[in-house]
Design a protein around this ligand. Structure first.
Ligand code: ADP
Ligand code: MG
Length: 722
């Protein structure tokens, strides 16, 4: 995205600016539209309104910059020395992503004194200006409603007939309700007013009323069986799809979303869709159909009177528009806060050990309280608005009813035989108004439902196939990085122009200070991210063209933060190769020096591990992870600080065992203790994302360069320690 736009003529007329680094328009100031422009250079940030300088800040007065998105756009702000938040400019959706990127760039400038630029082309919606969410190539916000309904229809696969049947059944009670007032009219006209003593007919009418109730209950029971069956099955469908998709999200995309928000997609959002299908949608369809039926009956009976009754209905329609304007942003805020509270809770539970060891319980409680309080405020605000707006509609409806009583009452005074007629009209108009007001209630569910559906679709529609090639080949293990460049944020390259070629079977050590890009390099090799430019070749194949799934099956990866699933030790070792026999598992465990400690556990290989491998020491977990990698019979081994959490003795043992296993297989080893890499065929020395040296341990020592310094520095710290 271009962050340095041309400065508009109306500014240049007053202030000739030649040198600048960022320039972008904004359009909101204190909730009013303005013709604003932001200009940043090495010293200052300026905002212009309609061509005239409006505000100026010195960059050096700030400690950081950030952006915040709101439903209709967002704003960027800086934190000054006194920790105050200074809003720099606000804007609608159209300009927000550019301004947010400028805030990001300003942050980098504070640290590294250069303004990063990007030639990346982020696609954005031509209609609303929002940048498409990661992985999407259309704008969800500008999509029509019918498309949303189509999406929902897609989820109902397998249950469509039942769903239709369920809604058809709902029609019967409506028809029955519409008959009721006619029976009442007959009752009044024949028995209540003329004092008729013909009992038989009276009893028949009463029995008819009872029958109507009976039939209605039977239908409700059938609906009660059908409805949950259909809606829960559909929700189950959606949940599976979302879960499945989350598994397939590229790491880059999953990294952008918090675990809490992903969890609430699977749980809360699908639950809301289920709720909508079983309660929400019927609560919309029933009143609409009731209205139509009742209106038709009324028009047929006396169209003039009917027209008077219909008069207040448009008010309800317009209040609906008002609802949308006022309520939607509130609900959206509410949802975001809910997801934030979820994330906070998730972090608290995951980090409970750290929190306790640092005695931060109080602080964390306070933090959660704050998030929770904000959630309550938003919920309260949305609910309050929603509930205070309803009575206004009811009032209008009430006026209509008063009018009806007046007209009908006047007729009744002139002609007492109109009593039955009045009864009938009153119940029809009652039905009409109560359905319209319950309809306007339910419209809220529609809006809320659309938000939930969009959150689900945002995940489901993400295109995960673009970075997945089609080729599945059996690899040998030749690896070549060619002009590879990559950054987690494209503005901030972590690996710069990496060029290195590795032959199959070589053991390669990657060394460098922490943060120099070692893990990033193997992340690229694992195809967890794609290079921003340049290529990675495996046996001459472009890595992008290989099928990720087939390719990764041929890797054996052990990283420092091992993850073990809850399940038995056996299941954990077998994770990547579920067909392995027990003998093969033991073989791998022996090679990883894990067998001995496993058989000492009370249930041996069947010992159950708690959440995150609870019940094993760090070294034990690591050895299980190594066994898992060995069992996979990989062609390329990747060991990223795999043995760093082990004591020196165990590390030595495992290194020896590994040395046998990795023989003949391309292996990348990242190790903190450089001594463990002495035997590597080649060493890649990284510094700030660049390969500064490449060669054998001996060659590099003789060169007395960067590696030599690293080794010496480490030697000194070890000597000091011992
Ligand atoms: P090393 O493994 O050499 O210690 P890394 O490759 O992990 O270094 O990190 C290189 C740089 O990339 C660091 O500055 C780090 O802060 C940054 N980085 C690593 N992972 C991420 C990520 N997921 N998102 C953003 N930045 C990251
Ligand atoms: Mg690392």
């Amino acid at each position: 995205m271009e962050l340095k736009l041309n400065i508009p003529q109306n500014i240049l007329n007053h202030s000739p600016i030649a040198e600048y680094d960022y320039a972008a328009p904004f359009d909101i100031y204190q909730e009013k539209y303005v013709d604003g422009f932001l200009i940043v250079d090495h010293q200052k940030i300026q905002t212009y309104h309609a061509g005239f300088l409006f505000c100026e800040w010195k960059i050096e007065n700030f400690t950081s910059f950030n952006s915040k998105s709101t439903l209709n756009g967002g704003y960027i702000y800086g934190i000054n020395q006194n920790k105050e938040e200074i809003v720099i400019c606000s804007c609608g959706k159209k300009y927000f992503s550019r301004l947010a990127n400028i805030a990001l760039g300003l942050n980098i400038f504070l640290k590294e004194h250069f303004f990063p630029t990007s030639d990346e082309n982020e696609p954005f919606c031509p209609k609303c200006g929002r940048v498409y969410p990661y992985g999407l190539n259309h704008c969800m916000y500008c999509r029509s409603k019918t498309e949303n309904i189509k999406k929902l229809w897609g989820f109902t696969q397998g249950y469509r007939w039942l769903l239709l049947l369920q809604y058809l059944i709902m029609l019967f009670p409506i028809a029955i309700d519409a008959i009721n007032p006619m029976i009442y009219e007959k009752l009044a006209n024949q028995y209540l007013i003329p004092k008729n003593t013909y009992w038989k007919g009276f009893v028949v009418l009463i029995l008819m009323i009872a029958l109507v109730y009976f039939i209605k209950s039977i239908i409700k029971i059938i609906e009660g069986i059908l409805n949950p069956y259909v809606s829960f099955n559909i929700a189950h469908n959606i949940r599976l799809q979302v879960y499945d998709k989350i598994q397939k999200l590229s790491l880059a995309s999953a990294n952008k979303k918090t675990t809490g928000s992903l969890i609430s997609r699977v749980s809360r959002d699908t639950q809301q869709v289920q709720w909508f299908l079983s309660y929400g949608l019927p609560s919309v369809i029933t009143p609409i159909l009731t209205c139509i039926v009742v209106l038709l009956i009324m028009l047929f009976m006396d169209y003039q009177l009917a027209l008077w009754i219909i008069l207040p209905l448009p008010v309800i329609y317009f209040s609906r528009m008002l609802y949308k304007q006022i309520l939607w942003p509130k609900w959206d805020k509410n949802w975001k806060q809910f997801s934030k509270a979820n994330t906070t809770l998730h972090d608290l539970l995951n980090g409970i050990k750290v929190i306790k060891t640092y005695s931060k319980e109080e602080k964390e409680i306070q933090h959660f309280q704050k998030v929770n309080w904000q959630l309550k405020e938003y919920e309260y605000d949305a609910e309050k608005t929603w509930r205070t707006m309803n009575p206004i509609i009811w009032f209008v409806v009430g006026i209509g009813e008063v009018f009806l009583i007046f007209v009908l009452g006047k007729r009744l005074i002139h002609d007492p035989s109109q009593y039955g007629n009045m009864l009938k009209w009153m119940s029809y108009s009652g039905m009409l108004y109560s359905s319209t007001s319950s309809l306007s209630n339910s419209l809220g569910t529609f809006l809320e439902f659309r938000i939930h559906l969009e959150k689900i679709n945002e995940i489901l529609e993400e295109d995960t196939t673009t970075h997945n090639g089609k080729l599945s080949v059996e690899i040998e293990g030749n690896v070549e990085f060619k002009n590879t460049r990559f950054g987690y944020l494209s503005y901030n390259p972590v690996l710069k122009n990496l060029n290195v070629s590795i032959k199959k079977g070589e053991m390669i050590g990657i060394v460098g200070h922490s943060g120099s890009g070692k893990t990033t390099m193997v992340n690229l090799l694992m195809k967890l991210y794609s290079p921003d430019s340049g290529k990675i070749y495996i046996d001459g194949y472009d890595l992008e063209e290989l099928n990720s799934f087939e390719y990764r099956k041929q890797l054996g990866v052990v990283i420092q933060e091992t993850f073990l699933f809850s399940g038995t030790i056996l299941e954990n070792i077998r994770y990547g190769n579920t067909n392995a026999t027990l003998e093969e598992v033991m073989e791998a465990a022996k090679a990883a020096k894990a067998h001995d400690f496993i058989i000492k556990k009370p249930f041996g290989y069947d010992t159950k591990l708690g959440n995150k491998g609870f019940g094993l020491s760090g070294g034990e977990k690591q050895r299980i992870a190594i066994a898992r990698a060995i069992l996979n019979q990989p062609k390329i081994f990747i060991l990223d600080e795999a043995t760093s959490s082990l004591d020196t003795l165990t590390e030595k043992e495992i290194q020896d065992a590994l040395a046998r296993i990795i023989k003949g297989k391309t292996t990348f080893v990242i190790a903190h203790r450089l001594a463990t890499l002495k035997n590597a065929d080649k060493l890649i020395v990284l510094d700030k994302g660049e390969m500064v040296e490449f060669g054998t341990h001996k060659e590099l020592l003789a060169k007395k360069g960067y590696y030599y310094q690293l080794v010496n520095a480490q030697k000194m710290t070890y000597e000091k320690k011992n």
